[in-house]
Design a protein around this ligand. Structure first.
Ligand code: ATP
Length: 301
């Protein structure tokens, strides 16, 4: 039998392979282990998002307990926070503070136990989960990449992106230096799981993929592993670039990459203990100051 491979089938094949590659990563396992989702029966009525709401996400009096945790073991409690539309919002705090949990709630993997989460002005309980997720691009730590070329990896973000759009996304993600000519970069083979790139470059390739997609909101979990200062600077620039035309939320492990963020949220023990920009938090927030001092950053920014 002759097999005709259409571009769409080919793309679907790439996506399947990519999903299989993703399968090795914790979050997918975490999601698969969740109880079956109860999506609110396709909520009736107006589901339009309010782009003028000025807030991509807003938590109001939010509390959350992980499924299977003891009653009263709050992972988050009494959380009020806003992620303004556009620009960069950073979430910082010690290990176990609740940063990833906030992402899991934004991605609609879980429901709140109390309070409310709004997405572009709408209570998420009135929106199908997929509808929220369709607006999000998630770039994880140790972002996965496929064996193949840079172009093939980018087209996962938008399968009909032309070379000019791919090159622009690579420019914004500070990856153009990888080849002498941008056109050569698109054909560069990056090896099994992108092994020929550094961890920082793989994460920026994932940012480039997200920039090509339609997602309004980019959720980025910055890698905990050490980046050299070039990669750190490149990541900071890529985050700022992404914030120019969409909303970026970053879990920041290195404060240097986000100290210019317009909005920094400080979490500790499942609570928000500060929100503001770097100078405001340096003046007003003891935990933030401590985190900055621990990383030996220039306190002035
Ligand atoms: P890190 O910087 O180490 O990634 P974090 O700030 O992202 O930490 P979370 O992972 O959100 O913190 O964890 C918040 C709290 O929820 C912690 O007490 C953690 O032990 C708990 N927790 C996280 N994931 C689960 C889970 N799947 N089941 C039960 N409890 C969890």
């Amino acid at each position: 039998m002759m097999l005709i491979v259409t571009p769409v089938a080919l793309f679907a094949g790439i996506v399947t392979a990519f999903n299989e590659a993703l399968g090795a990563f914790g979050r997918v396992k975490e999601v698969l282990s969740l109880p079956t989702e109860h999506d609110p029966a396709e909520p009736a009525g107006d589901q339009s998002l309010d782009r003028g709401a000025g807030r991509a996400f807003e938590f109001r009096g939010a509390g959350f307990v992980y499924p299977g945790s003891a009653e009263g073991e709050w992972a988050l409690r009494g959380v009020d926070l806003a992620v303004p539309t556009g620009g960069v919002t950073a979430i910082v705090g010690p290990s176990g503070a609740g940063k990833s949990t906030l992402f899991g709630l934004m991605e609609r993997f879980y429901d709140l136990a109390e309070g409310e989460l709004r997405f572009f002005g709408r209570n998420v309980d009135t929106l199908p989960r997929d509808r929220v997720r369709a607006h999000l691009a998630y770039v994880e730590q140790d972002a996965p990449a496929l064996a193949g070329t840079v172009r093939e990896n980018l087209l996962l973000g938008r399968h009909d992106a032309d070379d000019a759009a791919c090159i622009e996304a690579l420019r914004r993600s500070n990856l153009l230096f990888l080849a002498e000519r941008p056109a050569d970069l698109l054909d560069l083979e990056i090896g099994e799981n992108g092994i020929l790139l550094s961890g920082g470059e793989r994460q920026r390739l994932a940012i480039a993929r997200a920039l090509l997609s339609d997602a309004d909101v980019l959720l980025l979990d910055e890698a905990t592993s050490n980046l050299d200062s070039n990669n750190e600077h490149s990541l900071q620039k890529a985050i700022d670039e992404a914030g120019r035309d969409r909303t970026v939320v970053v879990i920041a492990h290195r404060l240097a990459t986000v100290r210019h963020a317009g909005n920094i949220i400080v979490v500790e023990d499942g609570r928000v203990v500060g929100q503001g920009d770097h100078p405001v938090l340096m003046r007003s927030n003891a935990l933030y100051r401590e985190l900055v001092e621990r990383q030996q950053l220039d306190p002035v920014g």
